[in-house]
Design a protein around this ligand. Structure first.
Ligand code: SAH
Length: 390
């Protein structure tokens, strides 16, 4: 059996695998079509390739296995051959932290040593057995939002499709959610709200989400997946058409002056363009509402006037929207403070009164620093202090 030719497979996968000293191909991150082609190139006969592809797909995404040895509907010889050509990856779990409230935070290390975090947040009502997985799209970020901790780290690289899918696999491994069932799941929702900007890593995010939504695999409905963007306007329409998941937009301000200060991307794509792109987002006109995230920063964007402007903005563009108010999570050296609690409640009340839902997102996993914009902070800090001690 020979190694598949790189030509027919997403070229990004091959050099990365080589770089890490691995000549085999990772199954995670391959589309079904790519897996089938790779099987043929590896020597599986063309008439058998579809069947083998489906069997492997089922083992990997339905049963969660990481070894070919257990695939007992595949002949022993072929299993041996497959092992020489493919592997089923899991990033290394550097740390797994469990909060008192059930939140779990994983720091993952990929093959080239890059690290990213994934957070599982169970529903507060334990009986519901629901939970949301917050997935990272990049290692670091280029956006430099002034209130965000990830913004203080430079962009290291985009995550590959397999590395995005792997975040889901790690959570399911840890929550013992194999084999997949449609009832009683714990990971019921995904938000692309971890590190990085998903629309700056469009192709990889799209490919990964398609794998996660696949009907013969994890089968997560697109209605249970939310992609959050700081407002990469030119990619928003494509995201709606080609991925079709729910959209969340990090709005955070209601005029260009304030927004450009806290989300520098606004200088490139100002509010008018952003709101127009929201209007065009497929599904925005029917029952699927866009979520506007709004971080509460004391004295910056949290006045009654801001609340009224926010309502006016949403009405002006006639958007079926909801607002998610996020109490600012301070980090060491952050230039802002969180709004007073009374003002957060008042702000929420004003918006609710206008007929727009505006729940306050309660911080979860505080004891393990799992909150927004703080991902990977502990690990970076720990290493910085280790360096200064050494
Ligand atoms: N780049 C994407 C997704 C990553 S951030 C985006 O900007 O939407 C996910 C959410 O957390 C965004 O709304 C972001 O603005 C918010 N966030 C980042 N740092 C925060 C902090 N320190 N406190 C509260 N919310 C924060």
């Amino acid at each position: 059996m020979s190694l598949p030719l790189p030509g027919s497979i997403d070229p990004i996968l091959v050099p990365r695998a080589k770089l890490a000293g691995e000549s085999r191909l990772d199954i995670l991150g391959l589309s079904r079509a790519e897996l089938k082609t790779a099987l043929i190139e590896a020597g599986v006969s063309a008439p058998q390739a579809s069947m083998r592809m489906r069997q492997i797909w089922h083992w990997v995404y339905h049963r969660g296995v990481t070894s070919f040895a257990v695939m007992d509907n595949i002949t022993k010889d072929l299993r041996g051959d497959l092992e020489k050509v493919f592997y089923i990856s899991r990033p290394e779990i550097v740390t797994a932290q469990y909060s008192e409230d059930g939140t779990r935070k994983y720091l993952l290390k990929f093959r080239d040593g890059s690290e990213a975090e994934t957070v599982y947040i169970p529903d507060e009502d334990e009986k519901k057995h629901r939970g949301t997985l917050c997935i990272s799209a990049q290692v670091g970020c280029t956006l430099n939002c002034r209130f965000c901790y990830t913004g203080t780290q430079r962009l290291v690289r985009n995550l590959e499709p397999g590395e995005i899918v792997a975040q889901m696999m790690i959570a399911r491994d840890d929550l013992e959610e194999w084999p997949i069932s449609t009832e009683g799941r714990r990971v019921t929702n995904i938000v692309m709200m971890g590190m990085g900007e998903p629309l700056y890593n469009f192709e990889n995010v799209k490919k990964a989400l398609k794998i996660i939504m696949d009907k013969e695999g994890i089968q997560l409905s697109r209605r249970r997946i939310t992609l959050s963007t700081a407002g990469v306007v030119p990619m928003m329409e494509r995201a709606g058409k080609e991925i079709g998941v729910n959209l969340a937009v990090s709005l955070h301000a209601t005029n260009n002056e304030v927004r450009s200060e806290i989300v520098p991307l606004n200088k490139k794509y100002p509010l008018e363009e952003l709101m127009a792109a929201c209007q065009k987002y497929p599904g925005a006109h029917n029952s699927r509402r866009i979520t506007f995230e709004y971080v509460m920063l004391k004295g910056i964007n949290d006045s009654d006037k801001d609340a009224k402007q926010l309502i006016a903005l949403i009405h002006r563009y006639k958007l079926p929207a909801k607002v998610n108010l996020i109490p600012f999570n301070p980090w060491p050296g952050s230039p802002y403070e969180c709004s007073d609690w009374d003002q957060v409640k008042r702000f929420s009340g004003l918006i609710f009164k206008s007929g727009i839902s505006a729940p306050i997102r309660m911080p979860r996993g505080r004891d393990i620093m799992a909150a927004c914009g703080q991902l990977k902070s502990e690990s970076v800090k720990e290493r910085a202090s280790a360096r200064s001690k050494g």
